[in-house]
Ligand binder design. Structure first.
Ligand code: URA
Length: 210
């Protein structure tokens, strides 16, 4: 079974609480999401392997550490996943970006793909799939399934801001190899699939739509 990593650094908890408030403006919500994604990116990259590199400082030669040839792709689940990208790119500026768009079929209630665009050489890449809200887990599980089927990356991690217990269960059951990184685990879903206490519709709050 995959591991759920709760990234609950005090700075992350503080910003998350401010973001959740209904009176937070689009501007401040977006800014805090950017800051949070940078902070979370530190934690999700913690296990990146290092290699030695011989360098020369102005004083003498030394052997330093650099990241070991990691080929990374961030894959955003449209549209709210895009809110994570800029902040994460502060930490991993060379990462390539992919996008997956899914909508829910109103009759079957199953996710249907409408967009899929990935960088080259995905089978050599480690992937972080990003979506701020892991609610029912159906979109996340479907996105990961599409990635595995169409692009077969080396590894996949899933990063969100808030997770519902239902979403964690669904994603873990479908993809026990995909670790989940989240800033909080909330109580439950409401009857419309919204996270409680949550923060509302993440896409609407990032883009200022309703
Ligand atoms: N998507 C959101 O944007 N918010 C939720 O609470 C659940 C899914």
């Amino acid at each position: 079974m995959s591991t759920v990593h709760l990234i609950d650094h005090p700075l992350i908890q503080h910003k998350l609480t401010l973001m959740r408030r209904k009176e937070a403006s689009t501007n401040s919500f977006r800014r805090m999401l950017g800051e949070l994604s940078t902070l979370m990116a530190y934690e999700i990259t913690r296990d990146f392997p290092l290699q030695d590199l011989e360098i020369e400082t102005p004083m003498e030669k030394m052997v330093g550490k650099v990241i070991d040839g990691k080929k990374l792709a961030l894959v955003s689940i449209l549209r709210a996943g895009n809110g994570f990208l800029d902040g994460m790119l502060n930490v991993v500026p060379g990462a390539r970006i992919g996008h997956i768009g899914l909508f829910r079929d109103p009759e079957t209630l199953q996710p249907v793909e409408y967009y899929y665009k990935m960088p080259e050489n995905m089978c050599e890449r480690d992937v972080i799939v990003v979506d701020p809200m892991l609610a029912t887990g159906n979109s996340a599980a479907a996105a990961v399934q599409q990635l595995k089927t169409k692009s077969n990356p080396k590894s996949i991690k899933f990063m969100c801001l808030l997770a519902a217990p239902e979403g964690i269960k669904t994603l873990q059951a479908a993809h026990p190899d995909v670790d989940i990184y989240t800033a909080a685990i909330d109580r439950e879903l409401d009857s419309h699939g919204y996270i409680l206490p949550g923060l509302g519709d993440a896409g609407d709050r990032i883009f200022g739509t309703k």
